[in-house]
Design a protein around this ligand. Structure first.
Ligand code: SF4
Length: 382
């Protein structure tokens, strides 16, 4: 076990102070009580365990940026000798987060424009996203929702949940809800029970997606008791939506945590982000997707980086992404192949990104195709 488990790294830091202020307002983040003493939250703490680069150290001069949180479990997976370690760069911030490009936005998906209650986003006709909390066990430096994440607003109140549930009661066209944030699994078991029961009271038929990075960040949070609580509201399906970006995140502990859901009949789907220096090569992505399938987690999406302020150092050119997608399609089975997609700016929604395999319709007799291997084939029009 990492020595950080024995050190109260939270105490006296701004992060704890602001969380404590939220608690005094009636919020609760019990998971962070469990995690207390096990999470790195400042550059000063990082300095004790890592030889920081100048770019990492300089992050301290920035203000109002996504806070730091690295659970000691995840920290223990980092190669301390390698400043470019793909796990390290996902969680250790750099000064580059202060660089805002002209094309970037704090809310490129226009989520704020689609808020229908304080915490409910209704952007697509058949599904909604509920911002359960802004708190995460681990703050990913590529986070696309950093306008909200880690802003110390705390978990949604009961009345905010009821407001969203009542909206869903009136909008039967909504078939699915994403419980997201932040990370919903940072709530205590009793808060998760209350959250799901309020939505289930309003809509027994709603498919619920449990969106979480916790299996990668802090798998000990997932317990048989938590899964049993969720299963007790099984009037409609649940789906577990994970985020694993690199094969080394799929440890024995992480796979076992997801396995608790899968064994209970809750399928697991993974949404990776294509990240420069983390997974922007075909071999890493191939290994990630094959490991996911082997762990009973379906690779669902591979997202092109959103145009979020302060994240340009993670973005992979779209042309390179398309070439990677092409190569993956050649190497992976259909089951292991994620959908490469981009969430278009100004709330344009998701579109798939793929090579044009259908070349043209020649005359009126056939469709011409290029195969994954680059060969020519045709298919009759009728
Ligand atoms: S867990 Fe999700 S919401 Fe939280 S920082 Fe990471 S990407 Fe953002």
């Amino acid at each position: 076990m990492n020595e950080l488990y024995h050190e109260n790294t939270f105490s006296g830091e701004g992060f704890t102070k602001r969380l404590d202020e939220k608690r005094s307002l009636g919020y609760t983040t019990d998971m962070h009580d469990d995690c207390k003493g096990q999470t790195i939250t400042t550059i000063t703490q990082l300095e004790k365990y890592l030889q920081l680069t100048d770019e990492e150290r300089a992050f301290d001069s920035l203000e109002g940026i996504l806070p730091i949180a690295i659970p000691s479990y995840f920290f223990s997976l980092i190669d301390k000798e390698d400043p470019r370690d793909p796990l390290r760069i996902q969680v250790v911030p750099t000064i580059h987060e202060g660089e805002y490009l002209e094309d970037e936005h704090s809310d490129p998906l226009a989520e704020v424009d689609h808020l229908v209650t304080g915490r409910l986003i209704h952007r697509y006709p058949s599904r909604v996203a509920f911002l359960v909390t802004d708190i995460c066990a681990m703050y990913c430096r590529h986070c696309f929702r950093r306008r909200f994440t880690g802003t110390f607003q705390g978990p949604a109140t009961k009345s905010e949940i009821q407001e969203a549930a009542s909206y869903l009661k009136q909008h039967r066209e909504v078939k699915e809800i994403l419980l997201t944030g932040g990370d919903m699994m940072t709530l205590s078991d009793s808060k998760i029970q209350e959250l799901i029961s309020l939505f289930r009271e309003a809509r027994e038929d709603l498919v619920i997606r449990l969106c979480t990075r916790i299996p990668a960040a802090y798998p000990a949070r997932i317990t048989p008791k938590l899964v049993a609580i969720i299963k007790s509201f099984d009037t409609a399906p649940f789906y577990l939506m994970t985020q694993f970006n690199h094969p080394r995140e799929l440890t024995k502990e992480a796979v076992a945590a997801v396995g608790l859901f899968v064994d209970a009949g809750i399928p697991a789907m993974n949404q990776s982000v294509l990240l420069k220096g983390v997974n922007d090569d075909a071999s890493t992505l191939e290994e990630l997707c094959n490991k996911l399938i082997f762990s009973r987690i379906k690779p669902y999406y591979l997202f092109q980086g959103d145009l979020v302020e302060g994240t340009s150092h993670f973005r992979v050119p779209l042309e390179q992404g398309l070439a990677l997608e092409k190569e993956l399609r050649r190497r992976l089975s259909g089951l292991a192949m994620p959908l490469y997609a981009v969430d278009l700016p100004q709330g344009g929604g998701k579109v798939p990104l793929t090579e044009g395999y259908l070349q043209e319709s020649s005359g009126c007799t056939v469709w011409n195709f290029t195969t994954v291997e680059g060969k020519k084939r045709s298919y009759p029009r009728q």
